[in-house]
Design a binder for this molecule. Structure first.
Ligand SMILES: Nc1ncnc2c1ncn2[C@@H]1O[C@H](COP(=O)(O)OP(=O)(O)OP(=O)(O)O)[C@@H](O)[C@H]1O
Length: 294
């Protein structure tokens, strides 16, 4: 049977911590700007696409921070698309919702007629800066209705997506009532809380203070899950651009036409330099060097 335990980082005692996406299907990733949310999400996509086949795992990636961070992942066969605007995102979320409904109908039929359980691929809807979807940012009534529809679909997926294996990973700077309705927030049981701006934000994300006191090291976060008694302080893995490039280059068809310089836009190599030796995962499969925990 496939294991869905994903290594999410190391503690200060050098222990690797795992998040079981089968047991905790939905999660939120929150924290202040620059705390390392996007890099962590990029690591999750890389690791999971290297570990699971496209028959086992599919991604819908919604990048409302302009799509640049996740552009390289379009080449993984697991990824249905990188959706960069609110209308595109709403459409993609609707497709995930429809897939979930179809699966639920199929499950019921197979159970009743054949008394067997279908095995589906895991479909993950990964959203970076989900706050941008908030109806509070709508400019017209039509826009507001569209965003509300997206929230309605997300809420359904969060409530009943476990069995048909449609999962949500929701990244945002601050999941308050405006950016993430309480009905959805409560269902996102896995919590990856990077350093927050202040105590209030920590309370919104973790339901207690503490994340505002994390050391200001990109990739440092508190992990909370119904399966662990106390929050765990973790340093997340990091996939350097050159590693990602090495993994993805062979997947790009040779006749692809680029209207944008690949190195400048798709791969942000300069960030590897910036990151220095804070944390580095040489390959997503084999952990060679992790961040020092201080
Ligand atoms: N685990 C890590 N190890 C080393 N450096 C990291 C790590 N995570 C992030 N960084 C560095 O910190 C920078 C900011 O990270 P990231 O873009 O993920 O932040 P963010 O929380 O998504 O910010 P924003 O919400 O403003 O987009 C990255 O460009 C990278 O250089």
């Amino acid at each position: 049977m496939t294991s869905w335990s994903i290594p999410i980082g190391k503690t200060r005692y050098n222990q690797t911590v795992y998040h079981n996406i089968n047991k905790i299907p939905h999660a939120k990733v929150a924290g202040a700007t620059g705390s390392g949310k996007t890099e962590f999400l990029r690591y999750l996509v890389t690791y999971m696409c290297m570990r699971y086949s496209p028959k086992q795992l599919e991604f819908i990636i919604i990048d409302l921070k302009n799509g640049v961070s996740f552009a390289p992942f379009q080449w993984f066969p697991h990824v249905h698309g990188i959706f960069k605007t609110v209308p595109e995102a709403v459409d993609a979320i609707k497709k995930a919702y429809e897939t979930m409904v179809e699966r639920l109908i199929e499950v019921e039929r197979l159970r009743a007629v054949f008394r067997r359980e279908p095995v589906y691929s895991r479909l993950i809807v990964l959203i970076d800066e989900g706050g941008e979807l908030s109806p509070a940012f709508a400019v017209t009534d039509e826009d507001k209705a569209m965003r509300r529809t997206a929230m309605h679909y997300l809420s359904s997926i969060a409530r009943i997506g476990r069995e048909p294996r449609v999962n949500i990973i929701y990244g945002t700077q601050r999941p308050d009532a405006d950016t993430l309705p309480v009905a959805i927030r409560g269902q996102l049981e896995g919590v990856f809380c990077f350093r927050t701006e202040n105590e209030l934000d920590s309370k919104i994300v973790l339901r207690h203070e503490g994340a505002e006191k994390l050391r200001w090291i990109p990739g440092r976060f508190l992990y909370k899950s119904p399966l662990v008694k106390h929050d765990i302080e973790i340093q997340s893995p990091y996939v350097p651009q050159k590693v990602l490039k090495r993994l993805i280059e062979p997947l790009i068809p040779s006749d692809t036409f680029y209207d944008i310089p690949r190195d400048e836009v798709r791969f942000r190599d300069e960030q590897v330099q910036e990151a220095g030796d804070v944390a580095c995962l040489e390959t997503p499969m084999k952990t060679k060097r992790w961040g020092r925990i201080s």
